[in-house]
Design a protein around this ligand. Sequence first.
Ligand code: ATP
Ligand code: MG
Length: 477
Amino acid sequence: MVDEASSAQDIAAPSPDGITVLVVDDERSNVESLEKIFLREGMRVLTAHDAKHALEQVRSHRVHVVLTDLMMPGTTGLELLRAIKQLNPEVEVVLMTAYGSVEAAVSAMREGAYDFVEKPLKRITIVKSVRKAAERGKLVAENRSLKNEIKLLTKREIVGSSPAWRRVIDVSTQAAPSLATVLVLGESGTGKELLARYIHERSSRGKGPFLAVNCAAIPETILESELFGHERGAFTGAITKKDGRFAKAGGGTLFLDEIGELSPAVQVKLLRVLQEGEYEPLGGNTVKADVRIVAATNRDLLAEVAAGRFREDLFYRLNVIAVTAPPLRARREDVPLLVDHFLGLYCAKNGRPRLNPTRGALEKLLDYGWPGNVRELENVIERAVVLSRSDQLTELDLPDVIARAVPGTPTALAFEIGTTLDDIELRVIKETLRHTKGDKSVAAQLLGISTRTIYRKLDGVEGQDTKESPPSGRPQV
Ligand SMILES: Nc1ncnc2c1ncn2[C@@H]1O[C@H](COP(=O)(O)OP(=O)(O)OP(=O)(O)O)[C@@H](O)[C@H]1O
Ligand SMILES: [Mg+2]
């Protein structure tokens, strides 16, 4: 029986706070009085008189807390605890123990019980314990979903199947295990950092650190000590010895982003590390470098060399293997894949059901020039997911500049009465190809047919004027 006299507030107004508690005890009177108590607290109450029934309840309802008697005929509370935790580790369990059975209670706690309350039960104590258990369950669940979200966002999948992108991935895959210095070139937002990580992860240093340094973001005056570190007293303000990024990336990969921004002094020091494999921290002795360098820039480094702003010898040291990430406009067939990828990512992040783009929206996304490349596309999709009010991604969800994007060719075709269906079909295919700048897989997607069908329909057509347009990106490696 429960000592209700010790209650601080006797008739608590039921405040539905979403807690479901399952009370398990073979003593029916006990179950009844506990049920009353929790109902008065505004909780949802389920009851069971044995472990078997209790497990059924846990299986079929979202139970937050199980309050169970430790000693029951048949399956004990401890066994029930184990079974519950196996079934759903998120369910918190509070045990009711007879006075003096602290030993059993302690081992129950070790098995994952949240708390135990001693009989005779005091209303205030059990309510407090059950509430706290529910609170912890909620925290654990929140923490887990946060972790999942972080995992989702930090796990950067690489998407793209265009020939241009596949070439980039092929070169990167081959370069990865060699430990040679890699120079990643490409416009802003094309995925240079993503490629650097890809190379790191596939190298023998993959388990080591991957450290990115944005050379443009660190003031010139401190970049040197930031990269190479300094001894105590090396300069005014150097109160303690500090490791540089070269030391911190030891055993791993150092990603030097915006390498075109390096000052002449740092260029010399970097050249030395690349040539000799060693460097001196400011005010310190020579140390061996244990890093693989991947560098990136969106500048035309050769032009920088010609202009005398970048050392030629350093350029050749960095340019052992070059990988050029092509701009998105040079691989439009990747746009639908990327749209799909980012829709999945951001719908999940925003806890929304999966959106699909309408044909109109997809056409606009294909027509647009993407000066900001994949990063711009990612931002556009994230924005659309947040703004969209329907279960589709429509043109209305796109920024004006994209919704207004005009393709270079007309979007409507007219035919004379009497044109054969075969001719109409061929014209539509050709005009669509012109519209996709010769890209057959995007054209196939727009037409709702396979690329093979396009090839078949075009087969034997004289004077093919639908050849792929020459790539407009930088030359591929
Ligand atoms: N092929 C791809 N697949 C999936 N996501 C991509 C791809 N390319 C780029 N992204 C995403 O686009 C964004 C920009 O990529 P990243 O930072 O690697 O570009 P960047 O070339 O280093 O840009 P910047 O020159 O501006 O530093 C990132 O969020 C990245 O995850
Ligand atoms: Mg970058």
